[in-house]
Design a binder for this molecule. Structure first.
Ligand SMILES: Nc1ncnc2c1ncn2[C@@H]1O[C@H](COP(=O)(O)OP(=O)(O)OP(=O)(O)O)[C@@H](O)[C@H]1O
Ligand SMILES: [Mg+2]
Length: 234
């Protein structure tokens, strides 16, 4: 799968008897952020929706307490932040793993995807976009879903950024054979919050991001051929 974590070294450590997750910036993080920002800007230009990516300074600030409090107010839980300094972030460990892994290991069903859709809808209603919105950035604990990797959040109501959230989420699960059920659940969760379907651009972005980046291109292509017209708002 394309979505390996390449910005930070992520490890689980025991500190004072507590299991915590430690994310240390790789020396190449700033470079990678520029690459990600460049990709975001290029796709936006290519699709004639010019849009600026978040600056590298914002990326660190976004991981802080203020953003987590704002998300909590929107009913989007995040792991408890323990510390954030000198390129090292320590947060609570969420033991169920990320949404992509949990579903591929058969541990969860479509319910959690509806919750991810609701969270994305709540962000959009509040005038924000996640930008880096993929199943690997949602964590599962029993019946609850948490959102991690907050660096790219943007105050942005543009069609492009919203489509990026939807398109990248769908692209991240397109190599799963039960894709259809997950897509439907995500869609229904999203619409229950926003009362509106996906912009057509979401599927264009989904197809651009999923081709070539996935571990199973046969499943991706098969899922791409499914009729998705019912997801699109007219
Ligand atoms: N608090 C946590 N509890 C449990 N697992 C976690 C936690 N935070 C992250 N992970 C796991 O580590 C992976 C990478 O974390 P994260 O997305 O924060 O790093 P990243 O370097 O920004 O990754 P990328 O650039 O690929 O999105 C997640 O997909 C998840 O599987
Ligand atoms: Mg991530």
């Amino acid at each position: 799968m394309y979505f390996v974590n390449w910005q930070r070294n992520v490890s689980v450590e025991d500190r004072d008897g507590r299991k915590l997750v430690v994310k240390r910036d790789k020396s190449t993080k700033i470079f990678h952020e520029y690459v990600l920002s460049g990709t975001f800007a290029s796709i936006s230009l290519l699709l004639a929706h010019p849009s600026t990516p978040p600056s590298p300074e914002m990326v660190t600030e976004n991981e802080g307490l203020e953003m987590r409090k704002m998300l909590d107010g929107l009913d989007i839980p995040t792991p408890k932040l323990i510390s954030l300094k000198d390129g090292e972030l320590v947060e609570e460990y969420i033991e169920g793993g990320d949404l992509y892994r949990a579903v591929t290991e058969g541990k969860i069903d479509a319910f959690h995807f509806a919750v991810a859709g609701k969270m994305t809808g709540k962000m959009h209603n509040a005038g924000y976009a996640f930008i880096d919105n993929k199943a690997q950035n949602y964590l599962v604990r029993e019946n609850r879903l948490y959102r991690t990797d907050l660096g790219f959040i943007k105050k942005d109501t543009s069609v492009f950024s919203r489509s990026m959230d939807i398109g990248s989420f769908l692209a991240s699960i397109m190599d799963i054979s039960e894709y259809r059920d997950m897509e439907k659940a995500f869609y229904e969760g999203y619409v229950s919050e926003t009362k509106s379907g996906f912009a057509y651009l979401s599927l264009v972005i989904r197809n651009i991001l999923s081709v070539g980046f996935s571990s199973d291109s046969r499943t991706v292509l098969r899922n791409m051929l499914l009729d998705s017209s019912s997801l699109i708002r007219i």
